[in-house]
Design a protein. Structure first.
Length: 263
């Protein structure tokens, strides 16, 4: 009796599990298709071959779709991409709105990487807007998050960005100290791009302090790191221009001419 009554129950249970599994799979397929659609729209919104109005239209459609995503983790990552797309458009109002939502979602989803990226984007925005204190604050927030995650490349990069902001506002001593901290992290990692920026900033700081010999030494080190960068670039032109300016500041006009001519 037990076996006869148990078998139908077992079949019903298996059928229910099968139906539930199909529902879950269907939901996953729907979410995957939805995410792919949003990412495609964001990619179109970042396409520089399109005019700003077209790009904005695609991003608005992406936003409308992204807002319907129920999975907090996925929604956080999508809004992070959307925020960056508006930063690059540029659309300051929509960038700030999507960036704020990204940070709120990242806190809710406990996603420190996306939160750090959002602070980084906001810092870049404020830097472009010449709001130095806000830019420095958000670079610092991103640095603290990356540091807690043991993401050394990103930590060193944020320190470089903080140092450049300090140099911009003439906090030369603070900028030099922050750059030294960045170099200590970046050297073992052989991050030649960021080391180039570190030594370029040191050259700018010491030039502003009228320590011209030190400035030229730093610029030469920056050139050495530029040569180690494993892809084509024209970063050497920035350094050669800076070296030419240093010679001008020293009144050595003949020495400056070859650098400007080369540029």
């Amino acid at each position: 009796m037990f076996e006869k009554s148990f078998l139908p129950l077992l079949l019903v249970t298996l059928l229910c599990i099968s139906c539930d599994t199909k529902k879950v799979q269907s939901a996953e397929d729907f979410n995957r298709q939805e995410i792919d659609s949003v990412y495609s729209l964001i990619a179109l919104g970042r396409d520089m071959d399109l005019n700003p109005r077209e790009r904005n239209s695609y991003l608005e459609k992406a936003w409308a779709l992204a807002d319907t995503i129920e999975n907090d983790s996925l929604k956080t990552k999508v809004f992070s991409r959307l925020s960056l797309a508006y930063l690059r458009l540029p659309d300051s109002l929509k960038f700030r709105k999507t960036n704020r939502e990204t940070r709120e979602l990242a806190l809710k989803a406990d996603d420190s990487i996306v939160l750090a990226e959002a602070h980084w984007d906001l810092a870049e925005f404020y830097k472009n807007e010449s709001v130095a204190d806000s830019s420095y604050y958000h670079f610092s927030q991103a640095k603290n998050l990356y540091e807690a995650l043991d993401m050394e490349n990103e930590t060193g990069t944020m320190l470089n960005n903080m140092a450049i902001v300090q140099e911009d506002i003439k906090d030369y001593t603070g900028s030099e100290i922050t750059t030294i901290q960045a170099i200590e992290i970046l050297k073992p990692l052989k991050n030649y791009v960021q080391l180039f920026h570190s030594y370029n900033n040191q050259g700018a700081v010491t030039a502003n302090l009228k320590e011209y010999e030190r400035s030229l030494e730093y610029y030469q080190e920056a050139l050495e790191y530029q040569e180690k960068i494993p892809f084509e670039n024209n970063l050497d032109l920035y350094i050669k221009n800076n070296i030419g300016v240093v010679y001008q500041e020293r009144g050595q006009y003949r020495e400056s001419i070859p650098y400007f001519q080369e540029i």
